[in-house]
Design a protein around this ligand. Structure first.
Ligand SMILES: [Zn+2]
Ligand SMILES: [Zn+2]
Length: 179
């Protein structure tokens, strides 16, 4: 009985992080042909990236469209975008609320944030020039600066799909319809 020779062997493997997929065909010493197909998956959510055009973040993760965060016209993964803008979810609540003409007490109520957390976030945002204030003491009115609005646009992409943030957004939008 003669030994059976494998003429064509095909292996499918997930592609490594940072690589977009490849096909390699090689021939073994015995003349067998090995075809290796590496399939790309989103390095954030794990979906197959066959039909969609993935973006590459600066950290080399390949990302599907729904995991892509656009910041200053560049595509980033969520982790990197979070690091770049350094905006916590509480900061996001304040920026989003103020940008939609919501008072600080309503922001606090809707987000169920403590007074301390609100004050801490607000002063950090102020220090960074993301919000500005007018008036004094209890008449102080806060608004979001242009720089703050640019950061907010990125923060909204990062947080909007998280349960508490999407609830917050919906409530703020309801309230601004009522006004
Ligand atoms: Zn994804
Ligand atoms: Zn990244």
């Amino acid at each position: 009985m003669s030994e059976r020779k494998i003429l064509l062997d095909e292996r499918h493997l997930p592609e490594r992080e940072g690589f977009l997929g490849s096909k390699i065909t090689s021939m073994g010493a015995d003349g067998s042909i090995l075809k290796e197909v590496k399939t790309p998956f989103c390095d954030c959510c794990g979906i197959l990236l066959k039909e969609v055009n993935p973006a590459l973040c600066s950290c080399h993760r390949k990302i599907c469209p729904s995991c892509t965060i656009i910041h200053e016209n560049r595509a980033y993964c969520r982790e990197c975008a979070k690091q770049i803008i350094a905006v916590t979810k509480q900061d996001f609540f304040i920026l989003y609320g103020l940008a939609h003409e919501t008072s600080l007490s309503d922001i606090k109520g809707i987000s169920a944030m403590s007074s301390d957390a609100l004050e801490e976030s607000l002063s950090a945002l102020y220090e960074r020039g993301l919000v500005e204030s007018e008036g004094i003491f209890i008449f102080t009115h806060y608004s979001v600066t242009d720089k703050g609005l640019a950061v907010l646009a990125t923060a909204e992409q990062i947080y909007r799909r998280e349960g508490d943030a999407s609830n917050f957004i919906a409530k703020i939008q309801e309230a601004s319809v009522d006004r």
